[in-house]
Design a protein around this ligand. Structure first.
Ligand SMILES: [Zn+2]
Length: 458
């Protein structure tokens, strides 16, 4: 038997079995077909002695939406599958999206965004709530999308402050009927804004929908992490179907024209304008002044601005929790192929380096589990997130002893510098990244589901 690829002598970490072992992997037709210590023959044979071999990373909170620049940056750090359509924003024509990107650098899964739904039924004012009639129209579009195989529904409530609790609950009910995940970017990100986390938790309590709380640090990592985590733990103890994702950075990024940066944001964060850094555009890398803030809001609403308003120790406090998955929030505006925030290029290497190697907060096996097997289970991806016979051959090979992020905030360095120690990334059995080089390959697929959501267990 001759395999397409044989990966030899790697230290295989399988987060499903929570085991680490040295063995060879045989890949054929995009799947893992054999794992053994015996010698195997392949058209390509790689000896990766001393290196870690684990499932490709599944980023449960991204905004790639078919953007190749973004996908390349993510793939370079080991991401093989992204869950898109977050924070209420999804592609305008979802069916077209699935067809257009069925051959792409990495695998993509979509949600329908609530803000996008509002626009589709003509609710363009973000400070206005939708009428009953408009909600009914949104429900029809949503049902059709779920029938088609779209995997979830997302809310970006902070971006549409006018959306009523009623419209949110009505749409979440549809997701619950179809067994689809509801991702929620909460309504508030400011001190004292924990009632918005209560609102998100209440969505699952009132509708029965499975809920994922998006980028927890960006919402509550400004002095509220302990209380937020406590609230989530109470909800989990109550048996509510809730999960959480969070990233490695304390400063979030979004477009300056969004409601997040509405007048009063400086007061709500208790910072001054210099805590805001331009990520893209003519002021890239510069700290804002009141004048620049006003100019960008007026003339360049799509430019990315980073709010350096979080506490770094809360990043760690959140990610230490065994129920938290790691995510990037990647895919804000790109400037000449370069992201406006280092999260796109550095999240996972930074996670392994800081949480495992430097601070010994979690084990390498657990760290890998939070980026692979946990999101796979949450998204119902039964063939992904583990290293076993029959699994899709989405594989990351790296050196755990030296893995390190090199991307930095735009005021300190380049946001897109490739991490150290990534050896190979496979997407569906095809080598897609080799060292620091991202190849011109399209082995990724768009993935639809048919309500295959697994039962969530802690
Ligand atoms: Zn968001």
């Amino acid at each position: 038997m001759k395999y397409d690829v044989v990966i030899k002598n790697g230290t295989i970490i399988d987060p499903k079995r929570k085991k680490s072992t040295i063995a060879n992997i045989g890949i054929l037709n995009g799947k893992i077909r054999a794992i053994t210590r015996e010698d195997m023959e392949g058209n390509i044979e790689l000896d990766v002695r001393g290196k870690t071999v684990c499932p490709g990373i599944i980023d449960i909170h991204a905004h790639v939406e078919g953007d190749l620049d973004c996908a390349r940056v993510l793939a370079a750090m080991g991401v093989t599958t992204v869950y898109n359509g977050n924070c209420g924003m999804s592609p305008e024509n979802i069916k077209e999206f699935y067809n257009k990107y069925d051959s792409f650098l990495i695998n993509q899964i979509e949600q329908i965004g609530h803000t996008t739904l509002r626009e589709q039924v003509g609710v363009t004012d973000r400070y206005k709530s939708s009428s009953d009639e408009e909600v009914e129209k949104m429900k029809v579009i949503l049902e059709e999308a779920f029938e088609f195989g779209v995997s979830g529904l997302s809310f970006g409530l902070e971006y549409v402050p006018g959306s009523s609790r009623k419209e949110v609950l009505e749409l979440a009910k549809v997701a619950a009927q179809y067994g689809k995940l509801v991702s929620i970017h909460t309504r508030s990100d400011s001190y004292g804004g924990l009632s918005s986390l209560r609102e998100a938790i209440d969505i699952t309590r009132k509708t029965g929908a499975a809920v994922n709380i998006s980028h927890l640090t960006y919402q509550f990592g400004m002095g509220m992490a302990t209380e937020a985590l406590h609230m989530i733990e109470e909800a989990l103890a109550e048996g509510l179907d809730i999960s959480v994702d969070s990233g490695m950075y304390s400063g979030f990024a979004t477009s300056i024209g969004s409601a997040v940066f509405d007048e009063g944001c400086i007061e709500k964060w208790g910072c001054d304008y210099s805590s805001l850094i331009a990520g893209t555009g003519k002021y890239k890398g510069k700290r804002l002044t009141k004048e620049i803030y006003e100019e960008l809001r007026r003339n360049y609403p799509d430019d990315t601005v980073i709010g350096m308003v979080g506490e770094e120790y809360e990043v760690f406090e959140i990610l230490e929790k065994p129920y938290v998955m790691v995510s990037t929030d990647a895919g804000t505006l790109y400037d000449a192929g370069v992201p406006g925030h280092p999260q796109d290029a550095g999240t996972y290497p930074k996670f392994f380096k800081t949480m495992v190697r430097e601070q010994h907060r979690i084990t390498l096996i657990d760290a890998i589990r939070r980026c692979t097997y946990m999101p796979a289970k949450r998204l119902g991806l039964i063939n992904k997130g583990f290293i076993g016979v029959g699994a899709d051959a989405d594989i990351l090979i790296f050196d755990a002893k030296i893995i390190e992020d090199r991307a930095d905030y735009p005021c300190f360095g380049a946001t897109d510098t490739r991490p150290e120690s990534i050896e190979y990334v496979f997407v569906n059995g095809v080598i897609t990244v080799k060292g620091k080089e991202v190849l011109d390959i399209s082995a990724g697929k768009t993935i639809k589901d048919k309500c295959l959501m697994w039962n969530w267990e802690q």
